[in-house]
Ligand binder design. Sequence first.
Ligand code: HEC
Length: 146
Amino acid sequence: MNMTPFRAGTISIFLFAGLIAFSGAAISAEKFKADPGSNATWTGEGGLDNFVGTCAPCHGEGGKGDGMLAESLGEGVKARDLTDAKYLSTKTDDELFKVVKFGGASVKLSDAMPPQKDTFTDAEIKQIVQYVRNSICKCKYEGKKK
Ligand code: HEC
């Protein structure tokens, strides 16, 4: 079947979807700014030491997934490259918070990503998440991508 007549329509649907995703990101960035009021410590400051101490052994100090333990996590298991802005911008702060607090298994990832709920308070986990955002992926949530 010749699909040519549909092409322009399809492209504009994509553009439209892109626009929605874009404005969604703008809205969440806006909300993100307003939100920390309820939790004034959610700035990412202080996340550095905890990241280096606890996450770097697997994810590497720069977050590239190349920490000392990265090779020993098990067959085919890799500590996620946290510098991957494209990937991390599909994850909300809440999703990152959840995987750090409850571990990989809580989001159907490898249980080699250990839960930190007994190590850090929620406020500390939020700081770590913001540290990852501000200093590692240098990215924000930009909407779900396919
Ligand atoms: C023992 C090694 C190890 C430690 C320590 C560790 N991680 Fe991970 N992490 C992993 C592995 C392995 C994965 C990938 C799991 C998968 O893809 O199935 C992962 C995945 C992640 C992801 C990606 C989640 C997703 O949705 O794809 C984030 C974010 C993350 N880790 C952050 C952290 C942070 C922050 C810390 C420190 C508080 C930390 N990790 C500590 C091994 C570790």
